[in-house]
Write a protein that binds this ligand. Structure first.
Ligand SMILES: Nc1ncnc2c1ncn2[C@@H]1O[C@H](COP(=O)(O)OP(=O)(O)O)[C@@H](O)[C@H]1O
Ligand SMILES: [Mg+2]
Length: 309
């Protein structure tokens, strides 16, 4: 079954005294399968938190629908299955870590013995056991973040929805949280988390979604993202005359010569035409390779290029 489904989900906020309309999310349709870690990637203000709040039924959509495990998000059955970590979790500073988990467990109607069992396991996993009986005002930002994750998981939910779970964490904390998400997937859970940092999704996500300006730009695997977003080939040639180099320059192929070879850039859609024309002109083809870009470059390309329909 699909763990998460949104259908043409849109949200317009009314902002300020003049009630100016802000289209924060525009027609988002996506599905996340059971047993998947889905990374929701986008720059600040893209609409990630809006999507997450809609999934957790904390705000209502302007249009469209969302469902968790086949149930509309408005239904209590759907909400019971969710473990939600807000963007900047803040808790009562006078509570201890353990008291916070007890409080959350009680809200979920859990038995004291079950709270004990889950709470201990989570505090161990998130390396908070030593701090469990200290008040939260003595916690670092990273510790509060990790405790927020423990609180979100106390009732052993099936669908984990984390808003920027890695923010404020040092490398050790990031690894802890990444390992926890992998562990949850191994136990058959679904993880949907947002981030604006590409590296966060690189290692652990089965699929990613990219959102900019409230619009979905891509959903798929990282290799899919790379193959979809590369835009040109590097073609290596030999036996290129000075006149031909001039012609290649004029056509925008940006030729660079080294030894007896010439490297040119050919746009993805132009490759066939390019090959057909140079073969008649007697140049020798050595190799054709997709341009080499780092992952960051691909992401920047998605974020900065014009929307594709
Ligand atoms: N309560 C709100 N009132 C008005 N505008 C909002 C509100 N919440 C978010 N926005 C606007 O909606 C857009 C998306 O915000 P958000 O979903 O928080 O983005 P992200 O989490 O990707 O950084 C932004 O332009 C933001 O300013
Ligand atoms: Mg956000």
């Amino acid at each position: 079954m699909e763990a998460i489904r949104t259908e043409a989900l849109s949200k317009t906020y009314l902002k300020g005294l003049r009630q100016r309309k802000v289209l924060a999310l525009n027609n988002l349709s996506l599905t996340v399968a059971d047993g998947e870690i889905f990374g929701f990637l986008g720059p600040n203000g893209a609409g990630k938190s809006t999507t997450i709040k809609l999934l957790c039924d904390l705000i209502r959509p302007t249009s469209g629908r969302a469902a968790i495990l086949g149930q509309d998000v408005g239904r209590p059955e759907a909400r019971r299955q969710i473990g939600y970590l807000p963007e900047n979790p803040t808790f009562y500073a006078f509570l201890t870590g353990w008291e916070l988990l007890e409080f959350h467990g009680t809200l979920h109607g859990m038995h004291q013995s079950l709270i004990q069992e889950h709470g201990k396991r989570l505090l161990d996993m998130l390396e908070l056991a030593d701090a469990a009986h200290r008040p939260l005002r003595t916690y670092s930002k990273g510790m509060v973040q990790r405790l927020g994750i423990a609180a979100a998981l106390i009732h052993d939910p099936q669908v984990l929805i984390f808003d920027e779970p890695m923010s404020g964490l040092d490398p050790v904390g990031r690894k802890l949280v990444a390992d926890l998400m992998l562990d949850m997937r191994d136990r058959g859970k679904v993880v949907f988390f947002s981030t604006h940092i590409l590296h966060d999704v690189e290692v652990i996500c089965d699929r990613i979604g990219i959102i900019t300006n409230g619009e979905s730009r891509f959903t798929g695997t990282l290799p899919d993202m790379i193959s979809e977003s590369f835009s040109s080939y590097e073609v290596l040639l030999r036996r290129v005359s000075p006149e031909q180099i001039e012609a290649l320059t004029q056509k925008g192929h940006n030729p660079t010569s080294f030894e007896d070879k010439v490297k040119v850039k050919v746009l993805k859609g132009d490759l066939v035409t390019f090959l057909a024309s140079f073969m008649q002109e007697g140049m020798e083809l050595i190799s054709i390779e997709p341009e080499r870009l780092g992952l960051e470059d691909f992401f920047i390309r998605f974020v900065t290029s014009a929307p594709q329909d």
